[in-house]
Design a protein around this ligand. Structure first.
Ligand code: GDP
Length: 455
């Protein structure tokens, strides 16, 4: 990495009370000193770390703002480099002007995630912790934020390293055996290794399971609303989002395409698609919507199947009940404000969860929230345990688990120990890719490309 000094606005690009311009790198304090003059008369370049200075920001001798400049000295800063953070007045104009002054004074514009990438490259945090910074920024609920903070604290990496270390220690004796098979090295008994791999398998499976339980809280899940026309899907969508988003009419087939919204139900994030009524139709435009709905339904992780409780179930409803049999689905018996005419038992027999609600009055929303939480097992999610915060980390765990299972199978089938050694190596690589110790630069670049500028 070249050591150019970088600068960016670290606060959102929107009007606000305070805007922060962050400068990091070898020349950070020198550059800050060119544009910021403390009222105390001290020179910023002589400042120690962890000092705050009140003063004025200048652009070519023109005073542009009053500000506070925080000075951090390497390695005691977020990036591990010398860093100056100028907290000026928020707002689109002032912060941009301060940034421009810093760039004119010799800093380079920071790329997306470059501050955190430097923290990673300077050994301040590992890759899993860096990803949790993004998860923390993006968290939309208490549980998700707690889980991200926990990973940022290093709990995940500690647990992953512990598992990797347990495999490394048996590999050391394996490697000696593989390299010098003729020497009389104390025979590493395959049966001695089995408990280590079994234990590693359990720990990694637990971590994956916890992530899957928590995904509705951290990443959100793809949900879909289905039901024959006029059961109240659009009204339900509007109730959940709080907006008049879908067109509500009482003419069957009004909703013609798939409308997707991100909604937060309690702590759970759902990307909900309201689909055109699934039914055969002659109308070409409507048919496009029907096909889109079917495709969206195929990949949905949760189906909200809506029925009109005020009318008897018809053949279309029964088709939908059938369609949901292989899905993780919740039945919503809508229009609970009207007398019940639908055969409730047919529905409750077919679905693990049935919620009676009225999309137009909002009654039943809490019950729906409870059902979603139960069906997604979010109640099992413990943000205080080591939590994965990205699909990348999950994939590393899945790969490690696959190799661990192969090692166990190899031991059980009595194949030579070098096969076990290869599997163990692959498992270690996957685990160390998660923490970043063995991640390729392509993986690292990919992780940081998803960050925002200024972080
Ligand atoms: P969609 O075709 O499934 O999207 O159904 P809509 O949301 O367009 O609703 C069809 C009709 O049912 C509209 O007249 C809604 O006002 C009405 N409706 C929807 N939900 C309820 C409800 O909970 N109670 C009552 N009484 N009417 C509802």
């Amino acid at each position: 990495m070249d050591n150019k000094t970088i600068a960016a606005v670290a606060t959102p690009n929107a009007p606000g009370g305070i805007g922060i311009v962050r400068i990091s790198g070898e020349r950070a304090i020198e550059i800050a000193a060119k544009i910021f003059v403390p009222v105390s008369g001290k020179n910023l370049t002589e400042s120690k770390g962890y000092q705050a200075h009140f003063g004025n920001v200048y652009d070519n001798n023109e005073k542009i703002d009053e500000a506070v400049c925080l000075v951090f000295r390497a390695p005691r800063s977020y990036t591990g480099e010398d860093t100056a953070e100028i907290s000026c007045h928020g707002g689109l104009y002032v912060t941009k002007r301060v940034l421009r002054a810093a760039l004119d004074a010799g800093a380079m514009p920071a790329e997306a995630g470059e501050f955190t990438k430097r923290a990673f490259l300077n050994g301040k945090i590992d890759l899993a912790a860096a990803e949790s910074v993004m998860a923390l920024i993006g968290a939309s609920g208490k549980q998700a934020a707690a889980a991200a903070l926990n990973t940022l604290d290093g709990n995940l990496s500690r647990e992953i390293r512990g598992v990797a270390q347990s495999i490394v220690s048996i590999c050391a004796s394996l490697a000696a055996w593989v390299d010098y098979p003729d020497e009389d090295i104390e025979d590493t008994s395959a049966q001695d290794m089995l408990p280590v791999f079994e234990n590693a398998k359990k720990e990694i499976s637990d971590i994956i399971r916890r992530y899957d339980c928590g995904r509705a809280l951290t990443d959100g899940i793809d949900a879909v609303i289905v039901g024959r026309p006029n059961v109240g899907k659009s009204t339900l969508m509007n109730m959940l989002t709080g907006f008049e988003r879908s067109i509500v009419t009482n003419i069957a087939g009004t909703t013609r395409d798939v409308v997707e919204e991100k909604i937060v139900l309690g702590e759970i994030i759902m990307r909900v698609a309201d689909t055109a009524g699934i039914r055969e139709t002659e109308n070409v435009v409507e048919n496009i919507g029907v096909n889109l709905a079917k495709r969206r339904l195929e990949r949905a992780e949760l189906v909200l199947a809506v029925f009109d409780g005020s009318e008897p179930l018809n053949a279309d409803d029964l088709d939908i009940i059938n369609y949901c049999k292989t899905k993780r689905a919740i039945a919503l018996l809508n229009k609970s404000d009207l007398p019940l005419s639908a055969d409730r038992k047919i529905i409750t027999d077919a679905f693990s969860h049935t919620v009676e609600l009225s999309a137009s009055t909002g009654e039943g929303r809490n019950e729906l929230e409870k059902a979603v939480s139960e069906i997604c097992s979010t109640s099992e999610f413990d943000p205080n345990s080591a939590c994965l915060t990205s699909e990348r980390q999950r994939q590393c765990c899945v790969n490690a688990l696959g190799s661990i299972e192969e090692a166990i199978a190899a031991i059980n089938s009595g194949v030579t120990l070098d096969a076990v050694n290869v599997c163990a190596d692959c498992a270690i690589d996957a685990l160390l890719e998660l923490t970043g110790e063995k991640a390729t630069s392509a993986v690292v670049d990919e992780v940081f490309s998803r960050f925002c500028v200024g972080k």
